[in-house]
Write a protein that binds this ligand. Structure first.
Ligand code: C2E
Ligand code: CA
Ligand code: CA
Ligand code: CA
Length: 275
Protein backbone atom coordinates (compact mmCIF):
# COMPACT_ATOMS: atom_id res chain seq x y z
CA UNK A 1 0.00 0.00 0.00
CA UNK A 2 2.88 2.24 0.84
CA UNK A 3 4.56 1.68 -2.51
CA UNK A 4 1.30 2.34 -4.31
CA UNK A 5 0.89 5.54 -2.32
CA UNK A 6 4.34 6.66 -3.31
CA UNK A 7 3.68 5.76 -6.93
CA UNK A 8 0.44 7.68 -6.91
CA UNK A 9 2.20 10.71 -5.50
CA UNK A 10 4.87 10.60 -8.15
CA UNK A 11 2.30 10.32 -10.94
CA UNK A 12 0.41 13.24 -9.50
CA UNK A 13 3.56 15.31 -9.25
CA UNK A 14 4.50 14.57 -12.84
CA UNK A 15 0.98 15.47 -13.90
CA UNK A 16 1.26 18.81 -12.13
CA UNK A 17 4.58 19.64 -13.69
CA UNK A 18 3.29 18.71 -17.11
CA UNK A 19 0.21 20.81 -16.62
CA UNK A 20 2.26 23.81 -15.56
CA UNK A 21 4.58 23.38 -18.52
CA UNK A 22 1.68 22.99 -20.94
CA UNK A 23 0.18 26.13 -19.48
CA UNK A 24 3.43 28.11 -19.95
CA UNK A 25 3.63 26.98 -23.55
CA UNK A 26 0.01 27.99 -24.09
CA UNK A 27 0.77 31.46 -22.72
CA UNK A 28 3.76 31.94 -24.98
CA UNK A 29 1.81 30.68 -27.98
CA UNK A 30 -1.15 32.92 -27.20
CA UNK A 31 0.95 36.06 -27.08
CA UNK A 32 2.54 35.07 -30.36
CA UNK A 33 -0.85 34.25 -31.90
CA UNK A 34 -2.06 37.75 -31.14
CA UNK A 35 1.04 39.33 -32.66
CA UNK A 36 1.01 37.06 -35.72
CA UNK A 37 -2.74 37.27 -36.26
CA UNK A 38 -3.41 33.55 -36.04
CA UNK A 39 -7.01 34.19 -34.97
CA UNK A 40 -10.13 34.18 -37.12
CA UNK A 41 -13.76 34.91 -36.45
CA UNK A 42 -16.63 32.64 -37.52
CA UNK A 43 -20.32 33.45 -37.35
CA UNK A 44 -23.22 31.29 -36.20
CA UNK A 45 -26.77 32.14 -37.37
CA UNK A 46 -29.34 33.32 -34.86
CA UNK A 47 -32.76 32.50 -36.24
CA UNK A 48 -36.05 34.21 -35.45
CA UNK A 49 -38.41 31.39 -34.48
CA UNK A 50 -41.57 33.15 -35.68
CA UNK A 51 -40.34 33.89 -39.20
CA UNK A 52 -37.56 31.34 -39.67
CA UNK A 53 -35.30 34.15 -40.91
CA UNK A 54 -31.76 34.84 -39.76
CA UNK A 55 -31.80 37.93 -37.55
CA UNK A 56 -28.10 38.00 -36.77
CA UNK A 57 -24.92 36.06 -36.19
CA UNK A 58 -22.81 35.41 -33.11
CA UNK A 59 -19.10 36.06 -33.62
CA UNK A 60 -16.94 33.21 -32.28
CA UNK A 61 -13.16 33.30 -32.21
CA UNK A 62 -11.06 30.55 -33.78
CA UNK A 63 -7.36 29.87 -33.26
CA UNK A 64 -5.41 27.90 -35.79
CA UNK A 65 -2.29 26.88 -33.88
CA UNK A 66 0.66 26.31 -36.25
CA UNK A 67 1.48 22.93 -34.68
CA UNK A 68 -1.54 21.82 -32.64
CA UNK A 69 -4.12 22.84 -35.26
CA UNK A 70 -7.41 24.33 -34.08
CA UNK A 71 -7.50 25.06 -30.32
CA UNK A 72 -10.91 25.44 -28.68
CA UNK A 73 -11.82 28.87 -27.24
CA UNK A 74 -13.08 26.97 -24.22
CA UNK A 75 -9.40 26.20 -23.57
CA UNK A 76 -7.61 29.38 -24.54
CA UNK A 77 -10.09 32.13 -23.55
CA UNK A 78 -9.73 31.33 -19.81
CA UNK A 79 -5.94 31.32 -20.25
CA UNK A 80 -6.08 34.67 -22.08
CA UNK A 81 -8.15 36.04 -19.20
CA UNK A 82 -5.64 34.89 -16.62
CA UNK A 83 -2.54 36.20 -18.36
CA UNK A 84 -4.12 39.56 -19.04
CA UNK A 85 -4.36 39.59 -22.82
CA UNK A 86 -8.10 38.97 -23.10
CA UNK A 87 -8.84 42.66 -23.62
CA UNK A 88 -6.49 42.83 -26.61
CA UNK A 89 -7.94 39.60 -28.04
CA UNK A 90 -11.51 40.79 -27.50
CA UNK A 91 -10.81 44.15 -29.03
CA UNK A 92 -9.50 42.39 -32.12
CA UNK A 93 -12.63 40.19 -32.29
CA UNK A 94 -14.90 43.21 -31.86
CA UNK A 95 -13.21 45.19 -34.65
CA UNK A 96 -13.14 42.22 -36.98
CA UNK A 97 -16.78 41.36 -36.32
CA UNK A 98 -17.95 44.95 -36.83
CA UNK A 99 -15.95 45.24 -40.05
CA UNK A 100 -17.13 41.92 -41.47
CA UNK A 101 -20.76 42.56 -40.48
CA UNK A 102 -20.67 45.66 -42.68
CA UNK A 103 -20.78 43.33 -45.70
CA UNK A 104 -24.15 41.92 -44.61
CA UNK A 105 -27.49 43.51 -45.48
CA UNK A 106 -28.97 46.39 -43.48
CA UNK A 107 -30.60 45.05 -40.36
CA UNK A 108 -28.59 41.88 -39.74
CA UNK A 109 -26.88 42.16 -36.38
CA UNK A 110 -23.65 40.76 -35.01
CA UNK A 111 -23.28 39.55 -31.42
CA UNK A 112 -19.87 39.75 -29.77
CA UNK A 113 -18.87 38.03 -26.53
CA UNK A 114 -17.42 40.15 -23.74
CA UNK A 115 -15.21 38.80 -20.99
CA UNK A 116 -15.95 39.88 -17.40
CA UNK A 117 -12.35 41.11 -17.32
CA UNK A 118 -13.28 43.83 -19.83
CA UNK A 119 -15.54 45.49 -17.29
CA UNK A 120 -12.63 45.97 -14.90
CA UNK A 121 -10.31 48.30 -16.76
CA UNK A 122 -12.71 51.18 -17.43
CA UNK A 123 -12.03 51.22 -21.17
CA UNK A 124 -14.97 49.19 -22.45
CA UNK A 125 -17.17 52.06 -23.57
CA UNK A 126 -14.32 53.69 -25.45
CA UNK A 127 -13.26 50.40 -27.07
CA UNK A 128 -16.78 49.76 -28.32
CA UNK A 129 -17.45 53.28 -29.62
CA UNK A 130 -14.14 53.37 -31.44
CA UNK A 131 -14.82 49.98 -33.08
CA UNK A 132 -18.15 51.34 -34.31
CA UNK A 133 -16.72 54.56 -35.63
CA UNK A 134 -13.70 52.87 -37.23
CA UNK A 135 -15.88 50.37 -39.11
CA UNK A 136 -19.03 52.43 -39.66
CA UNK A 137 -21.29 49.74 -38.17
CA UNK A 138 -24.45 51.33 -36.73
CA UNK A 139 -24.81 50.72 -33.00
CA UNK A 140 -28.24 49.23 -33.60
CA UNK A 141 -26.61 46.28 -35.38
CA UNK A 142 -24.28 45.41 -32.51
CA UNK A 143 -25.22 43.10 -29.69
CA UNK A 144 -22.91 42.40 -26.76
CA UNK A 145 -23.11 39.13 -24.85
CA UNK A 146 -22.21 39.25 -21.19
CA UNK A 147 -22.11 36.47 -18.64
CA UNK A 148 -23.34 36.49 -15.09
CA UNK A 149 -19.73 36.66 -13.95
CA UNK A 150 -19.51 40.22 -15.27
CA UNK A 151 -22.29 41.35 -12.96
CA UNK A 152 -20.86 39.94 -9.75
CA UNK A 153 -18.32 42.54 -8.77
CA UNK A 154 -18.45 46.32 -8.79
CA UNK A 155 -21.97 46.13 -10.07
CA UNK A 156 -22.66 49.87 -9.96
CA UNK A 157 -19.81 50.55 -12.38
CA UNK A 158 -20.98 47.69 -14.62
CA UNK A 159 -24.52 49.05 -14.52
CA UNK A 160 -23.30 52.49 -15.60
CA UNK A 161 -21.35 51.06 -18.55
CA UNK A 162 -24.28 48.91 -19.67
CA UNK A 163 -26.60 51.91 -19.53
CA UNK A 164 -24.21 53.96 -21.64
CA UNK A 165 -23.85 51.19 -24.21
CA UNK A 166 -27.61 50.84 -24.42
CA UNK A 167 -28.07 54.57 -24.73
CA UNK A 168 -25.98 54.33 -27.90
CA UNK A 169 -28.45 51.77 -29.29
CA UNK A 170 -26.38 48.65 -28.61
CA UNK A 171 -28.30 45.62 -27.32
CA UNK A 172 -27.16 43.54 -24.36
CA UNK A 173 -27.69 39.79 -24.00
CA UNK A 174 -27.25 37.62 -20.93
CA UNK A 175 -25.25 34.63 -22.13
CA UNK A 176 -25.30 31.06 -20.76
CA UNK A 177 -28.31 31.90 -18.59
CA UNK A 178 -28.96 29.37 -15.84
CA UNK A 179 -25.34 28.37 -15.30
CA UNK A 180 -22.89 29.85 -12.83
CA UNK A 181 -24.12 32.49 -10.48
CA UNK A 182 -27.61 33.11 -11.84
CA UNK A 183 -29.68 35.39 -9.78
CA UNK A 184 -33.11 36.60 -10.75
CA UNK A 185 -32.29 39.98 -9.28
CA UNK A 186 -29.87 40.56 -12.17
CA UNK A 187 -32.78 40.52 -14.58
CA UNK A 188 -34.33 43.40 -12.73
CA UNK A 189 -31.22 45.37 -11.94
CA UNK A 190 -29.39 45.30 -15.27
CA UNK A 191 -30.66 46.62 -18.60
CA UNK A 192 -30.90 43.49 -20.76
CA UNK A 193 -32.53 42.90 -24.12
CA UNK A 194 -32.19 39.15 -24.38
CA UNK A 195 -31.63 36.03 -22.33
CA UNK A 196 -29.70 33.22 -23.95
CA UNK A 197 -30.73 29.96 -22.29
CA UNK A 198 -27.69 27.75 -21.87
CA UNK A 199 -27.50 24.67 -24.00
CA UNK A 200 -27.45 22.38 -20.95
CA UNK A 201 -31.18 23.16 -20.58
CA UNK A 202 -31.93 22.65 -24.26
CA UNK A 203 -30.12 19.38 -24.90
CA UNK A 204 -32.68 16.57 -25.20
CA UNK A 205 -35.44 18.88 -24.05
CA UNK A 206 -37.94 16.72 -25.94
CA UNK A 207 -37.14 13.84 -23.54
CA UNK A 208 -36.60 15.84 -20.34
CA UNK A 209 -39.80 17.27 -18.81
CA UNK A 210 -37.81 19.16 -16.14
CA UNK A 211 -35.89 21.07 -18.78
CA UNK A 212 -39.10 21.80 -20.63
CA UNK A 213 -40.63 23.37 -17.51
CA UNK A 214 -37.51 25.41 -16.81
CA UNK A 215 -37.35 26.75 -20.36
CA UNK A 216 -41.07 27.54 -20.28
CA UNK A 217 -40.65 29.49 -17.05
CA UNK A 218 -37.58 31.39 -18.27
CA UNK A 219 -39.26 32.31 -21.57
CA UNK A 220 -42.37 33.53 -19.73
CA UNK A 221 -40.27 35.53 -17.28
CA UNK A 222 -38.28 37.13 -20.09
CA UNK A 223 -41.44 37.98 -21.99
CA UNK A 224 -42.94 39.60 -18.93
CA UNK A 225 -39.79 41.71 -18.54
CA UNK A 226 -39.84 42.69 -22.22
CA UNK A 227 -36.81 40.59 -23.20
CA UNK A 228 -36.22 38.13 -25.98
CA UNK A 229 -35.08 34.56 -25.35
CA UNK A 230 -32.64 32.55 -27.40
CA UNK A 231 -32.46 28.77 -27.04
CA UNK A 232 -28.77 27.88 -27.38
CA UNK A 233 -27.45 24.63 -28.79
CA UNK A 234 -30.55 23.40 -30.60
CA UNK A 235 -29.40 20.35 -32.53
CA UNK A 236 -32.60 18.63 -33.67
CA UNK A 237 -35.99 19.45 -35.13
CA UNK A 238 -37.66 17.98 -32.02
CA UNK A 239 -35.69 20.38 -29.79
CA UNK A 240 -36.58 23.28 -32.06
CA UNK A 241 -40.29 22.41 -31.91
CA UNK A 242 -40.14 22.24 -28.10
CA UNK A 243 -38.44 25.58 -27.60
CA UNK A 244 -40.80 27.18 -30.10
CA UNK A 245 -43.88 25.91 -28.26
CA UNK A 246 -42.41 26.99 -24.93
CA UNK A 247 -42.14 30.58 -26.13
CA UNK A 248 -38.48 31.14 -27.00
CA UNK A 249 -38.16 33.86 -29.63
CA UNK A 250 -34.88 32.80 -31.21
CA UNK A 251 -32.73 29.71 -31.76
CA UNK A 252 -29.04 29.25 -32.25
CA UNK A 253 -27.55 25.82 -32.73
CA UNK A 254 -26.20 23.25 -35.13
CA UNK A 255 -29.73 22.49 -36.37
CA UNK A 256 -30.14 25.97 -37.86
CA UNK A 257 -26.48 26.44 -38.70
CA UNK A 258 -22.90 25.91 -37.59
CA UNK A 259 -20.46 28.79 -37.29
CA UNK A 260 -19.08 29.81 -40.73
CA UNK A 261 -16.69 32.45 -42.11
CA UNK A 262 -18.17 35.92 -42.82
CA UNK A 263 -18.42 35.36 -46.56
CA UNK A 264 -20.43 32.16 -46.11
CA UNK A 265 -22.65 33.97 -43.62
CA UNK A 266 -23.40 36.57 -46.30
CA UNK A 267 -24.16 33.76 -48.76
CA UNK A 268 -26.62 32.19 -46.31
CA UNK A 269 -28.47 35.49 -46.17
CA UNK A 270 -28.71 35.95 -49.91
CA UNK A 271 -29.60 32.33 -50.71
CA UNK A 272 -32.75 32.78 -48.64
CA UNK A 273 -32.50 29.26 -47.23
CA UNK A 274 -33.29 30.69 -43.86
CA UNK A 275 -36.94 31.33 -44.87
P1 C2E B 1 -20.75 30.62 -26.06
O1 C2E B 1 -20.64 32.09 -26.05
O2 C2E B 1 -21.84 30.01 -25.27
O3 C2E B 1 -20.85 30.20 -27.61
C1 C2E B 1 -21.61 29.11 -28.08
C2 C2E B 1 -20.75 27.88 -28.21
O4 C2E B 1 -21.58 26.75 -28.45
C3 C2E B 1 -19.79 27.94 -29.39
O5 C2E B 1 -18.64 27.17 -29.05
C4 C2E B 1 -20.60 27.23 -30.48
O6 C2E B 1 -19.80 26.73 -31.53
C5 C2E B 1 -21.23 26.13 -29.66
N1 C2E B 1 -22.47 25.62 -30.25
C6 C2E B 1 -23.37 26.30 -30.98
N2 C2E B 1 -24.41 25.53 -31.33
C7 C2E B 1 -24.17 24.31 -30.80
C8 C2E B 1 -24.89 23.06 -30.81
O7 C2E B 1 -25.97 22.92 -31.40
N3 C2E B 1 -24.32 22.03 -30.15
C9 C2E B 1 -23.13 22.13 -29.50
N4 C2E B 1 -22.66 21.06 -28.88
N5 C2E B 1 -22.43 23.29 -29.46
C10 C2E B 1 -22.94 24.37 -30.11
P2 C2E B 1 -17.18 27.74 -29.25
O8 C2E B 1 -17.10 28.55 -30.50
O9 C2E B 1 -16.25 26.58 -29.08
O10 C2E B 1 -17.00 28.75 -28.06
C11 C2E B 1 -16.97 28.29 -26.73
C12 C2E B 1 -17.03 29.46 -25.78
O11 C2E B 1 -15.83 30.23 -25.87
C13 C2E B 1 -18.17 30.44 -26.07
O12 C2E B 1 -19.37 29.94 -25.55
C14 C2E B 1 -17.64 31.66 -25.35
O13 C2E B 1 -17.89 31.54 -23.97
C15 C2E B 1 -16.15 31.57 -25.61
N6 C2E B 1 -15.82 32.43 -26.75
C16 C2E B 1 -15.83 32.16 -28.08
N7 C2E B 1 -15.45 33.24 -28.81
C17 C2E B 1 -15.20 34.23 -27.90
C18 C2E B 1 -14.77 35.61 -28.02
O14 C2E B 1 -14.55 36.16 -29.12
N8 C2E B 1 -14.61 36.30 -26.85
C19 C2E B 1 -14.86 35.73 -25.63
N9 C2E B 1 -14.70 36.49 -24.53
N10 C2E B 1 -15.29 34.46 -25.50
C20 C2E B 1 -15.44 33.72 -26.61
CA1 CA C 1 -21.97 33.76 -26.39
CA1 CA D 1 -23.80 30.77 -24.59
CA1 CA E 1 -20.05 29.86 -22.68
Amino acid sequence: AKAAGKGTFRVYETGMTERIQARRLLEIDLRRALALKQFDVVYQPQVDIATGAISGFEALIRWQHPVRGPVSPGEFIPAAEEIGIISAVSEWVLRTACREAMSWPGDISVAVNLSPVQFRNGRLLEVVTSALSATGLPASRLELEITEGALLENSDAVLAVLRSLRALGIRISMDDFGTGYSSLSYLQKFPLDKIKIDRSFIRNIDHEPDRLHLVRAIAALAKGLGMKTTAEGVETLAELQCVRSEGCTEVQGYFTGRPVPAREAAALLSSGVQG
